[in-house]
Write a protein that binds this ligand. Sequence first.
Ligand SMILES: *[C@@H]1O[C@H](CO)[C@@H](O)[C@H](O)[C@H]1NC(C)=O
Ligand SMILES: *[C@@H]1O[C@H](CO)[C@@H](O)[C@H](O)[C@H]1NC(C)=O
Ligand SMILES: *[C@@H]1O[C@H](CO)[C@@H](O)[C@H](O)[C@H]1NC(C)=O
Ligand SMILES: *[C@@H]1O[C@H](CO)[C@@H](O)[C@H](O)[C@H]1NC(C)=O
Ligand SMILES: *[C@@H]1O[C@H](CO)[C@@H](O)[C@H](O)[C@H]1NC(C)=O
Ligand SMILES: *[C@@H]1O[C@H](CO)[C@@H](O)[C@H](O)[C@H]1NC(C)=O
Length: 460
Amino acid sequence: MTYRRQISISSPMMQRWSKKKNHFPLLAFLFSVFIVASILYNERNIQQIHENNEQQQASITQESVLTSVSPTISGKEKKRRAIEGIDRFTTCESTRKYSGRKIERVDRTPDSEQRRGGLEGCDISSGKWVFDNASYPLYNESDCPYMSDQLACRKHGRTNLGYQNWRWQPHNCNLKRWNVTKMWEKLRGKRLMFVGDSLNRGQWISMVCLLQSVIPADKRSMSPNAPLTIFRAEEYNATVEFYWAPLLVESNSDDPVNHRLEDRIILPDSVLKHASQWESADILVFNTYLWWRQGPVKLLWSSEEHGVCEELDGLGAMELAMEAWADWVASKVNPLEKRVLFVTMSPTHLWSREWEPGSEGNCYNETTPIDMEGYWGTGSDLPTMQMVEKVVGKLSSKVSVLNITQLSEYRKDGHPSIYRKFWETLSPQQLSNPASFSDCIHWCLPGVPDVWNELLFHFL
Ligand SMILES: *[C@@H]1O[C@H](CO)[C@@H](O)[C@H](O)[C@H]1NC(C)=O
Ligand SMILES: *[C@@H]1O[C@H](CO)[C@@H](O)[C@H](O)[C@H]1NC(C)=O
Ligand SMILES: *[C@@H]1O[C@H](CO)[C@@H](O)[C@H](O)[C@H]1NC(C)=O
Ligand SMILES: *[C@@H]1O[C@H](CO)[C@@H](O)[C@H](O)[C@H]1NC(C)=O
Ligand SMILES: *[C@@H]1O[C@H](CO)[C@@H](O)[C@H](O)[C@H]1NC(C)=O
Ligand SMILES: *[C@@H]1O[C@H](CO)[C@@H](O)[C@H](O)[C@H]1NC(C)=O
């Protein structure tokens, strides 16, 4: 059976995009997508994922990719049996097309009780950004000792600081006002854990920065950077943790520092090793998305003993991983004891022509949000959203969705662009064209992720 990626050709968004594409057939931008290895103090290893039009095109006609890509196996690296675990040196002995194999499902009957949180009938993800420099930012960049150099835009030279001053205003109701004392009361005696990729790590740093100011310096601590990084507040006996699992299931990208981006291999039916890290947390905030957007993924089933991988497009592989995760949630989460939230796609702003037709840049130099209601760019993949909705919908009483996609779509001004630390040396050629190395994926702090955390606060 051949796996077909579900792209609805009739979707207006896809049509709009395909049309635009034809206007730029020779577009030769090579955008660097930075997904960064480690945070806090000793970040060194930065890896780049190159995304370009060709690649996007390729993932759209992924069937041809599936049949034309041949695996490259490094002769030096000996494969390991899946059963022994996976690391960044794991390779596939050989690769074949995806067989259509699925995860065996735990029975999940859809629940009528939708856990939307907040006010009945109010969709807090529909609204607008309001300039509010009286209440925002909620903290100062330089006051947060746990700030990441990847996100500290002011420190790295950004002078237009308007991105810090926007409040999210839902159309039909108000968000609960952020109150740090109340948040700590909710967290007393609990473990709040963020699990996912560098976007989720940004949200975790935002949460730590939002929370840390009221805890005296000698009553708080941060563990060293590791797969699991832990912020502790003694007087509340509470922790705010981040666990690196960019693909949710086990993969060869699980080393938080030296993670591998090329030739990604996942164990699609294995979340248990990761789950042993997160299962005792009281509040879990998951995300996963961008790591699935970098072309095909190799699958190594845990029963496979000969290192034979199957290859599948990113969306299909993400669905398998989400199903494995959903099985864990369905079988292990008692909603009376544990809160589980899933954060939807964080949009990227790699092509300014999407919000300003005719322009050729990206998020670099953007200083104001997009004010077109319902704006949706190609950084947010609709088929992915539909898949997430389907998987999470079946867990509705156990998982709340933090639907940050639409509100973040408006915030083309919120990315670091060139105002962050870059770990590799930038060439004179790059420096002469700042857009070429701009980070239009992560978000400056204080900024957009603070609002994601206000949504989280609203939901708790
Ligand atoms: C807020 O913005 C207004 C208009 O841009 C400006 O006049 C005012 O000084 C600002 N207030 C603060 C506290 O920055
Ligand atoms: C940020 O710093 C400014 C000046 O240093 C101060 O006036 C303001 O109250 C601080 N804001 C917060 C949220 O701490
Ligand atoms: C925050 O919550 C605490 C306790 O719940 C309350 O006493 C305090 O007034 C609130 N602060 C603000 C600024 O609303
Ligand atoms: C602190 O919280 C943990 C759970 O995170 C709990 O097991 C422990 O009993 C708590 N300790 C105190 C002193 O409340
Ligand atoms: C950035 O914006 C400024 C002010 O709007 C403008 O003068 C400058 O040319 C822009 N730079 C680029 C590279 O677009
Ligand atoms: C998130 O909100 C958008 C509209 O803003 C909606 O299209 C999408 O289905 C929602 N996603 C989920 C998983 O609920």
